[in-house]
Structure formats: C-alpha cells, structure tokens
Write a protein that binds this ligand. Structure first.
Ligand SMILES: Cc1cc2nc3c(=O)[nH]c(=O)nc-3n(C[C@H](O)[C@H](O)[C@H](O)COP(=O)(O)O)c2cc1C
Length: 295
C-alpha cells in the first residue's frame, strides 16, 4: 500500500531550477513506493523524463579554463566573481534548524567520496554494509582514513557499533556499476539484518580483518580503528551528535585490470567513481583537466 506524508523543506532563494527536487527545496508530498525507496510523488515522472545513463561515456581530458594563466592572474572569470556579495551565516542563528546546516554542507562540499563500509558484529554472527560520505583519506604513511558518523556511541548506527566493538572494517569505494546497490545499503535496517542481501552485492574475504570486502568494488581498503572521537552538539549541549572514526589501512584490494604494472596508480576509466553531491544527487567523473604543479 502506498503511504503518503508531507515533508516541509525550506525554500532557498538561489537554487537553480535544473537541480533535482530535493535540492530545489520545494514542499513535496512523499510516498513509500512499492519497494523500499522514499521518493517524492512526482519523482518517478521526473526520472522518466531524463536522458538515459550514458554507459559509453569515456573519461575525457579538456584544457583548463585558462591555459594562458600566469602568476598573479587570479581567477579566470575576468573579475565576475568579485562583483558578487556573500551572505554571512551563523550556523546557530536564531530559528535556523540544524537540518539547514546539513543541507548546506552536503550540497556545498562536493563531490565527496563515499566509503561503503563493511563490518561484522563482535560475535561474528551478523554483517553490515552502509555508505558514508563524511569520509576521506588523510594520510598515506600510515594510510589513514576518516569517517564521520552522525549520532552517538550510545545510540550508534550499526556500522559505528561494529567498528567500536571489533576495531575493524573495510572501506569499499563506490563505482558506477553498483551505485544503485550501494545506495540501497543506506536503509536503516535493524541491528543484525544484513544489507548485503538487500543490495545483492557479494562478499569476498579479507586478510587482516574479519569483515568481508565488496567483491564488486574496484578498490577496497581493510583496516583497523586507531581512534574514535565523539563530538557534542552546540544546539543541545550535553547531547553527543557525531563520532569521528580514524581507520588505518592494513591491506588495499585493487581489481587487477584497474592497476598499473608497479601497482601504484588506479585507472580512473576502470574505477569510474561515484561521488556524493547534495540531497539524493550523485556525480560521476568523466571530464577532467590537468594542471602542472608550481615549482
Ligand atoms: C550516499 C550516502 C552517504 C551517507 N553518508 C553518511 C555519513 O557520512 N554519515 C552518516 O552518519 N550517515 C551517512 N549516510 C546514512 C547512512 O548510510 C545510514 O544512516 C545507514 O542506515 C547507516 O547504516 P547502519 O546503521 O547499518 O550503519 C549516508 C547515506 C547515503 C545514501
């Protein structure tokens, strides 16, 4: 049965019309579709009107915006950006909900890599898989990765609970060929219910951790938790609202057709990474440019 509810999203004045319905911030009725996805009622229609996914898109290199740029030239827009004004936003200004900060940050700090994290429960009986885009590599010696989990250790997401209790997990990088399956793992399944079956993705063994890696993933990193830090809300002092987990990579798994001979470079054409943009938008990386480093 289709259930319907209304979600009141705040309207931003400067959102371009060509963005998806979530980013347009329009008040829209939502429905639970036949399967597990909560979508705007007219989203299926919008989706159907869009061009097909271009499976043949190759990674192309273009020139930089200003190939003639020289030291001191500044921006390449002829000074246009200097004519624009900025709005100052205090994240805690009166009446501003924290959801506005969430939406601003996830739509403005883009694209973000997505760590599809695989973990196992301490008793080894259950497995878990979920995506996290507050994630990044922050060092290579040792290889260090950070993941931000919304919530607290007390009311931990399953991934956090497992990372905390077992001290290990696997970061799988999301590629175009399993973006739908990876997205499906974000379902809030009760602890112990595995997102592996929901997604249809396959497990492959790791060497130094008990959790499985995603076999479909071009690049996976198994690792051990080296640090866990809880943060407190400013809006509700005393309430823990975020946990930073630092993971040290102990093994890299790269699909053999994606790595060069000396096993140092991952081929973007094979990796075809998916980045997270604002709302429910994902991005692919098919047009790139190169700039030599200054010396
Ligand atoms: C693309 C994407 C990125 C996400 N990034 C984060 C994130 O960085 N931090 C977070 O706490 N939740 C994030 N989520 C939501 C979690 O995936 C979601 O809460 C999930 O149910 C957690 O699963 P778990 O309880 O099995 O760990 C993201 C969801 C999606 C679809």
């Amino acid at each position: 049965m289709v259930k319907s509810l209304t979600v009141n999203l705040s309207r931003s004045q400067r959102i371009p019309e060509n963005l998806g319905p979530y980013q347009q911030g329009i008040r829209r009725p939502f429905s639970h579709s036949r399967n597990m996805f909560r979508i705007a009622q007219d989203f299926e229609k919008i989706q159907a009107s869009r061009p097909e996914f271009n499976h043949d898109a190759q990674v192309t290199y273009t020139k930089p915006p200003n190939p003639e740029w020289k030291q001191g030239d500044g921006a390449n827009d002829g000074g246009e950006s200097l004519k624009k004004n900025h709005l100052e936003i205090d994240p805690y200004e009166k009446g501003r909900p924290s959801s506005s900060n969430y939406k601003l940050l996830i739509s403005g700090i883009v694209p973000r890599p997505i760590a599809l994290i695989s973990t196992r429960s301490k008793d080894g009986k259950t497995t878990n898989l979920a995506p996290f885009s507050y994630s990044q590599v922050i060092n290579h010696d040792p290889p260090l990765f950070v993941v931000g989990l919304v919530g607290s250790l007390e009311k931990a997401k399953d991934t956090l609970r497992n990372l905390h209790e077992t001290g290990e997990g696997v970061i799988n990088i999301i590629s175009e060929h399993f973006v739908e399956a990876a997205n499906a793992t974000s379902i809030n399944a009760p602890y112990g219910i595995s997102e592996w079956e929901i997604s249809g993705l396959h497990q492959a063994p790791c060497s130094t951790v008990q959790a499985a890696r995603v076999k479909e993933s071009i690049l996976s990193i198994e690792g051990k938790v080296v640090e866990l830090k809880e943060f407190e809300s400013r809006a509700s002092p005393g309430k823990k609202t975020g946990v930073l987990v630092t993971i040290e990579g102990t093994r890299f798994w790269v699909r053999e057709d994606a790595i060069n001979e000396d096993r140092s470079i991952v081929d973007l054409e094979v990796l075809r990474p998916i980045g997270r943009l604002g709302g429910i938008t994902y991005g692919r990386t098919t047009e790139v440019l190169e700039l030599p480093r200054p010396f």
